[in-house]
Design a protein around this ligand. Structure first.
Ligand SMILES: Nc1ncnc2c1ncn2[C@@H]1O[C@H](COP(=O)(O)OP(=O)(O)O)[C@@H](O)[C@H]1O
Ligand SMILES: [Mg+2]
Length: 242
């Protein structure tokens, strides 16, 4: 089953076209990396899928339904949620309140409680901090919280914009271990933006390489990384340690 389908999608900011003619299909349970240097259009594309920005051209479908004209709440209901770049945690609210925000569209009280237990068992670092202001958490803990908040939506597809941003390598490994475990347990579909494609190679994921708003390469990360010609298109920029 196709979870996400992009058909010739372009996204503009006024006269600036930040994403050009991107087509992509992601199946349920897949993990796909969107890699590219700063300014490539990764965040713009993710925001367009999430319904934060309207595409200027093309069609986006989530779980088979067009998102045209939809606001982000409606896209979450279809099954897609975004962990935005920089996490956008509410620093003055408690950790528990931030998690509850993820569930605000839901009315299934028992399911929400069950998911809260699940999130705290999968992200145990949050448990002793539930009543603390989220702004007091470390960067790694804030990333866990942002992932926990996304899980609380129950959306089967989660996009994460640069999860490794500002984190030490050891913490990045931890975040990825957790994401991969969650994917198994919840049958999640993951779309992950990173500047570097190295993590995609490491976890043997599908890779879509974006540059100046265009898809420049796409395929299995390990196959792409084995191509010598890639060194130009991929190593032509300084990727963050991802
Ligand atoms: N809010 C905005 N208004 C105008 N231009 C923007 C805005 N956000 C991003 N851009 C531009 O769009 C392009 C793509 O940016 P972005 O999607 O943030 O790339 P990435 O996430 O890959 O770093 C860049 O040229 C950037 O300057
Ligand atoms: Mg970005």
């Amino acid at each position: 089953m196709t979870m996400l389908s992009l058909d010739d999608v372009s996204v503009s900011y006024g006269p600036l076209t930040a994403v050009r003619n991107v087509s992509l299909d992601i199946g349920r349970g897949e993990i796909v990396f969107l890699a590219g240097p700063n300014g490539a259009g990764k965040s713009t594309l993710m925001r367009a899928i999430a319904g934060v920005l309207a595409p200027s051209q093309g069609k986006i479908t989530v779980a088979g339904k067009s998102t045209a004209g939809m606001r982000s709440e409606a896209v979450v209901r279809l099954g897609f949620t975004l962990v935005p770049e920089g996490r956008e945690i509410f620093g003055s609210l408690s950790v528990a309140e931030n998690l509850s925000i993820g569930a605000y569209l839901r009315r299934d009280r028992a399911g929400i409680e069950e998911d809260m237990d699940f999130v705290l068992s999968e992200l145990p670092a949050l448990k002793p901090r539930l009543r603390d202001a989220a702004g007091l958490l470390s960067g790694g803990q804030q990333q866990m919280l942002a992932i926990g908040r996304a899980l609380m939506t129950r959306a089967p597809m989660i996009a994460i914009d640069e999860p490794s941003l500002g984190l030490a390598p050891k913490l990045i490994d931890q975040v990825y271990d957790i994401l991969l475990a969650l994917r198994e347990k919840r049958d999640l579909t993951l779309l992950i933006a990173e500047q570097s494609f190295m993590r995609a190679v490491e976890v043997d994921a599908r890779l879509v390489m974006l540059r100046s708003g265009h898809v420049v390469r796409a395929g299995r990360a390990r196959d792409l990384a084995a191509e010598r010609s890639l060194e130009g298109s991929f190593f032509g920029f300084e990727g963050a340690a991802a």
